[in-house]
Design a protein around this ligand. Sequence first.
Ligand SMILES: CC(C)(COP(=O)(O)OP(=O)(O)OC[C@H]1O[C@@H](n2cnc3c(N)ncnc32)[C@H](O)[C@@H]1OP(=O)(O)O)[C@@H](O)C(=O)NCCC(=O)NCCS
Length: 151
Amino acid sequence: MRTERLAARHARDVAALHGEGGFARGWEPGECAAMLADAAVVTDGVFMGSAARPAGFVMSRQAADEAEILSIVVAPAQRGHRLGASLLSAHLSRLAGHGVTQVFLEVEDGNVAAERLYRHLGFREVGRRKGYYPKSDGSRATAVAMRLDLA
Ligand SMILES: CC(C)(COP(=O)(O)OP(=O)(O)OC[C@H]1O[C@@H](n2cnc3c(N)ncnc32)[C@H](O)[C@@H]1OP(=O)(O)O)[C@@H](O)C(=O)NCCC(=O)NCCS
C-alpha cells in the first residue's frame, strides 16, 4: 500500500470513487480534472500494491494556513482495512508541510465510519448545521462541523 499525490490524469478514477461514496450529488470527470489541476487543491490517493488506479482518495482546498477537506472515499471492497486512516494521516502530514495549521470538514450526522476516522486522527466537533445535506429520499440531514489543529 502506498499514498501518492494525484494529478489531472486521475480525474476519471476520482469521479468513479466519489460516485461510490454514497453522496447525493456526483462529481463529473471534468469537474474533478479542474479541481485536480487547481493549485489550491491538494489530492492524495492510496494504491494497493502496484495498481495504477487508486483504491481511495482525499481532497482538500487550502487557503493560507487553513484547509477544508472536500471529500474522502475508499472503494467499498477495500473499506475497514485502515486504508482511510493511512490515507488521511499521510494527507494531513502533507498539508502540515504546506504550512496548514487548521483543518476543517463537515460530515453527515450518523456517518459512523467517517466520524470515527476523523476522531481517530484528532478532529473534534465544533458545531452542527441542521438540515444541511439534501438526501435522496427528500429529507435533509444534519452536518457535523469538525476541526483539527495541526500546529
Ligand atoms: C469513511 C471511509 C473513507 C473510511 O475508510 P476506511 O478505509 O473504511 O476506514 P478505516 O478502515 O481506516 O477505519 C477508520 C475508522 O472507522 C471505523 N470504521 C470503518 N468502517 C466502519 C463501519 N462500517 N462502521 C463503523 N466504524 C467503521 C474503524 O473502526 C476506524 O475507527 P477507529 O480508528 O476508531 O478504530 C469509508 O468508509 C468511505 O469511503 N465511506 C464512504 C464515503 C464517506 O462517507 N466519506 C466521508 C464523507 S465526510
